[in-house]
Design a protein around this ligand. Structure first.
Ligand code: DON
Length: 573
């Protein structure tokens, strides 16, 4: 079995206008004018662990909306799900509030001192592990700023109120699960003595209470001072000092200048739904829409083909091949690089690409080129949660420190675990990152640039009402996993919990004609033989995915947490 990347690690301005108008955090204009009656029978959530579910339930019962609950979940997971939950990383939030779609990009940025060749040796070769372990691997964190912005704009409760559960879990502790300890043990082997990981997480043991007093203090500063409690003052000072002491690049200036960005989500019509999903710097939304539309365009090829049969897997792999060819060439941070979003999800373009699919055998990998031509622009660990409130507002949030426990570095005196998101850049054109994906200049390192992501927090609406909220961790597997659950539900009529539990597979152009399978539902026996006979190489990966999804039928929400993880669902009447 092979692992995705390094062993054992994968598997984890309108607001400005509001501020100008003098609205205090937690008392947004929306909240003041909001007198809508509930439109759903209940609020619902699918989140990564029971502690964050308790936190979200408390916030919803105190009168908070989906955004308040989401912010409470994000801060709680930073305490109770430290392999992926974070304040030292970044992510994306897709929102649907009062019938309108929004997208918050709080992805990490490269430090001001970062350079294109910072991970290369004198001979121009990538230095192994440098973008994965230790302070050099860390991008400027965005989570606190992202949460601050969304809560200021759409939250109903006080900022302090939504941080309270996280502070309590950090101060009083929480009971460690077997899965968390297992992931800690795996990560500790990889980090060895390269980082200070063991000093902070050495005492974490299944069945016992784990307390993080330093983190409780850092969270309290954020509760008291808002985002400034992280990007300025004591915490910023501690981050800059730790960076300097251990070879990192992030300075107080980097932190002061960090900005989260409201962006236009990627939107598309599919199967009677409006798909609202992640725009660049994620490749995920574009990838998801390309997959969905190309599959719909290939209806004749899929006619009568059984779900997850050899022929089904072949046809999906053919589509995935083309999606990943585009990803490697065209996608990067839109603030640095003109990403041809509209062209990449254009119906005519995708119909033409779908027509290239070879129905019989895998098409030659080298012959599958980026579809818009090269004259276009010259230039594990993550966690997802889905929440819908009784008013029909929804939050789909995926955030990450990249590998399990990120860089393995904890900021001394704060308990803040830092990401290794710099590995998502293309350190050198054509050289694969932890997830085996390659990139080009579009995703080269530049100061303040955001590394290309695959995170795909997605919301589907029908007739203006939320129909599904979905997302998962999994690096480059993210949007192919979401695609499979969505099509299992809507093309094959599977109930949501079954679709979330169903087998998943993955292909990403490189390595050539390789289908990855997961330990939870391996590809084996006759299915494996049939695929091999078609010319595919089968590879096991150690990562399973962890979908958290909600489906709304009529006015009734149903939630499903992936049986592969320790996620829980909750319906709050
Ligand atoms: O942004 C990305 O695409 C990756 N850093 C996500 C990492 C991830 O999903 C790891 N999870 N297993």
């Amino acid at each position: 079995m092979i692992r995705i990347g390094v062993p054992a690690r994968i598997g984890g301005l309108l607001s400005l206008a509001f501020a100008a108008l003098g609205f205090a955090p937690g008392t947004s204009a929306w909240a003041k004018t909001s007198v809508q009656p509930p439109v759903l029978t209940a609020s619902a959530m699918a989140v990564a662990d029971s502690f964050s579910a308790d936190a979200a339930e408390r916030i919803l019962r105190e009168g908070g909306n989906a955004v308040d609950a989401a912010v409470a979940v994000a801060f709680t997971l930073a305490v109770t799900y430290p392999e992926a939950g974070n304040i030292g990383g970044g992510g994306f939030m897709t929102l649907y509030v009062n019938g309108k779609p929004y997208f918050m990009d709080y992805r990490e940025r490269a430090p001001l001192a970062a350079t294109k060749t910072m991970y290369l040796d004198q001979n121009g070769n990538v230095i192994k592990g440098m973008s994965l372990f230790g302070m050099r691997a860390v991008g400027v964190p965005g989570t606190v700023e992202g949460m601050w912005e969304v809560q200021k704009r759409f939250g109903k409760l006080k900022w302090k109120q939504v941080l309270a559960p996280a502070i309590r879990y950090a101060r009083d502790g929480f009971e460690v699960s077997d899965q968390l300890q297992q992931r800690r043990d795996d990560a500790a082997k990889d980090f060895g003595d390269k980082t200070n990981f063991g000093q902070y997480f050495g005492g974490l043991q299944a069945g016992t209470t784990f307390k993080q007093p330093d983190l409780a203090m850092a969270l309290t500063r954020i509760a008291d001072q808002g985002a400034k409690g992280f990007y300025e003052g004591r915490t910023a000072e501690a981050i800059a000092t730790a960076m300097k002491a251990r070879g990192g690049l992030i300075t107080k200036e980097d932190l002061r200048e960090y900005k989260a960005v409201w962006r236009q989500p990627v939107e598309a019509d599919w199967n009677g739904f409006r798909v609202i999903t992640a725009p660049p710097p994620s490749s995920g939304g574009i990838g998801l829409v390309q997959l969905l539309k190309m599959k719909a365009d290939s209806k004749p090829a899929f006619a009568g083909v059984t779900l997850n049969s050899p022929q089904y897997i072949h046809l999906v792999a053919e589509i995935e091949k083309r999606v990943f060819a585009d990803r490697a060439q065209y996608l990067g941070d839109p603030d640095f690089y003109r990403v041809p979003v509209a062209q990449l999800i254009d119906d005519t373009y995708l119909a033409k690409r779908a027509a290239e699919v070879d129905r019989e055998k895998p098409s030659d990998t080298k012959a599958v080129q980026p579809g818009l031509g090269t004259s276009m622009p010259e230039k594990a660990e993550t966690t997802h949660f889905s929440i819908i409130d009784k008013w029909g507002n929804a939050v789909s949030n995926t955030y990450t420190v990249n590998g399990y426990f990120g860089s393995g570095e904890v900021v001394d005196g704060t308990g803040i675990l830092l990401n290794d998101e710099m590995d998502d850049f293309s350190a050198k054109p054509g050289v694969a990152n932890m997830f085996g994906v390659v990139g080009s200049d579009a995703n080269a390192i530049e100061p303040k640039k955001r590394p290309l992501s695959s995170m795909t927090p997605t919301i589907l609406t029908k007739d203006g009402k939320v129909a599904m909220v979905i997302g998962t961790p999994g690096g480059s597997r993210i949007f192919t996993s979401i695609f499979q659950v969505m099509t299992d539900v809507y093309d094959f009529g599977m109930p949501l919990p079954e679709a979330v539990a169903a087998m998943r597979f993955h292909h990403q152009l490189l390595p050539p004609n390789t289908i990855f399978w997961e330990p939870y539902k391996p590809i084996e026996g006759e299915l494996a033989q049939a695929l091999e006979a078609k010319g595919y190489v089968l590879k096991g990966q150690d990562f399973n995915g962890d979908i958290q999804a909600i489906e709304v039928n009529g006015n009734k929400p149903e939630a499903a947490a992936d049986p592969r993880g320790r996620g829980v669902t909750r319906i709050v009447p």
